[in-house]
Design a protein. Structure first.
Length: 97
Protein backbone atom coordinates (compact mmCIF):
# COMPACT_ATOMS: atom_id res chain seq x y z
CA UNK A 1 0.00 0.00 0.00
CA UNK A 2 1.43 3.36 -1.01
CA UNK A 3 0.47 6.63 0.55
CA UNK A 4 -0.37 9.78 -1.37
CA UNK A 5 2.13 12.59 -1.40
CA UNK A 6 1.24 15.81 0.40
CA UNK A 7 1.19 19.09 -1.56
CA UNK A 8 4.44 20.07 0.19
CA UNK A 9 6.15 16.88 -1.02
CA UNK A 10 4.80 17.41 -4.53
CA UNK A 11 6.14 20.99 -4.55
CA UNK A 12 9.60 19.74 -3.48
CA UNK A 13 9.58 17.20 -6.31
CA UNK A 14 8.51 19.90 -8.83
CA UNK A 15 11.64 21.99 -8.13
CA UNK A 16 14.42 20.76 -10.41
CA UNK A 17 17.65 19.37 -9.00
CA UNK A 18 19.54 22.05 -10.96
CA UNK A 19 17.61 24.80 -9.18
CA UNK A 20 18.10 23.13 -5.81
CA UNK A 21 21.85 22.93 -6.42
CA UNK A 22 22.15 26.48 -7.81
CA UNK A 23 20.26 27.89 -4.82
CA UNK A 24 21.89 25.66 -2.23
CA UNK A 25 18.52 24.35 -1.10
CA UNK A 26 18.78 22.39 2.14
CA UNK A 27 16.92 21.53 5.33
CA UNK A 28 13.57 21.08 3.60
CA UNK A 29 10.68 20.68 6.02
CA UNK A 30 6.91 20.72 6.02
CA UNK A 31 4.57 22.90 8.05
CA UNK A 32 1.41 20.86 7.92
CA UNK A 33 0.65 19.18 4.61
CA UNK A 34 0.42 22.33 2.48
CA UNK A 35 3.59 24.30 3.27
CA UNK A 36 7.19 23.57 2.30
CA UNK A 37 10.06 25.54 3.84
CA UNK A 38 13.74 25.27 2.99
CA UNK A 39 16.93 27.19 3.52
CA UNK A 40 18.94 28.66 0.64
CA UNK A 41 22.64 29.48 0.50
CA UNK A 42 22.68 33.04 -0.75
CA UNK A 43 23.24 34.54 2.70
CA UNK A 44 22.67 33.28 6.24
CA UNK A 45 19.10 33.06 7.47
CA UNK A 46 17.46 33.13 4.01
CA UNK A 47 14.53 30.84 3.30
CA UNK A 48 11.92 29.91 0.69
CA UNK A 49 8.35 29.12 1.67
CA UNK A 50 6.07 27.38 -0.86
CA UNK A 51 2.43 27.17 0.20
CA UNK A 52 -0.23 25.26 -1.71
CA UNK A 53 -3.54 27.09 -2.24
CA UNK A 54 -6.34 24.50 -2.51
CA UNK A 55 -8.90 26.97 -3.85
CA UNK A 56 -6.98 27.91 -6.98
CA UNK A 57 -4.76 24.78 -7.22
CA UNK A 58 -1.71 27.07 -7.39
CA UNK A 59 1.24 27.91 -5.13
CA UNK A 60 2.23 31.01 -3.18
CA UNK A 61 6.01 31.49 -2.96
CA UNK A 62 7.83 33.72 -0.49
CA UNK A 63 11.55 34.48 -0.21
CA UNK A 64 12.36 35.79 3.25
CA UNK A 65 15.06 36.25 5.82
CA UNK A 66 15.08 35.93 9.57
CA UNK A 67 16.71 38.78 11.45
CA UNK A 68 19.37 37.68 13.89
CA UNK A 69 18.61 38.21 17.54
CA UNK A 70 14.95 39.18 17.21
CA UNK A 71 14.02 36.37 14.75
CA UNK A 72 11.85 38.86 12.87
CA UNK A 73 10.42 37.49 9.60
CA UNK A 74 11.27 39.94 6.78
CA UNK A 75 9.78 39.26 3.34
CA UNK A 76 12.21 39.98 0.51
CA UNK A 77 9.94 38.91 -2.35
CA UNK A 78 6.60 37.14 -2.64
CA UNK A 79 4.45 35.96 -5.51
CA UNK A 80 1.01 34.37 -5.42
CA UNK A 81 -0.75 32.07 -7.88
CA UNK A 82 2.30 30.29 -9.32
CA UNK A 83 1.85 27.18 -11.47
CA UNK A 84 3.86 24.10 -10.50
CA UNK A 85 5.90 24.20 -13.73
CA UNK A 86 7.04 27.75 -12.86
CA UNK A 87 8.41 26.93 -9.39
CA UNK A 88 11.99 26.13 -10.43
CA UNK A 89 12.54 29.22 -12.55
CA UNK A 90 10.84 31.55 -10.07
CA UNK A 91 12.82 30.27 -7.07
CA UNK A 92 16.07 30.43 -9.03
CA UNK A 93 15.49 34.10 -9.94
CA UNK A 94 14.34 35.05 -6.44
CA UNK A 95 17.49 33.67 -4.82
CA UNK A 96 20.07 34.56 -7.49
CA UNK A 97 19.40 38.26 -8.10
Amino acid sequence: MTREQTPAEIAWSQISIQTKMACGARQASRSGDNTLNFRVHSKPYRFIKVEYNHGSDLYNVEYFRVKRGSYEHITLEALNDVYCDQLSELIYHMVNK
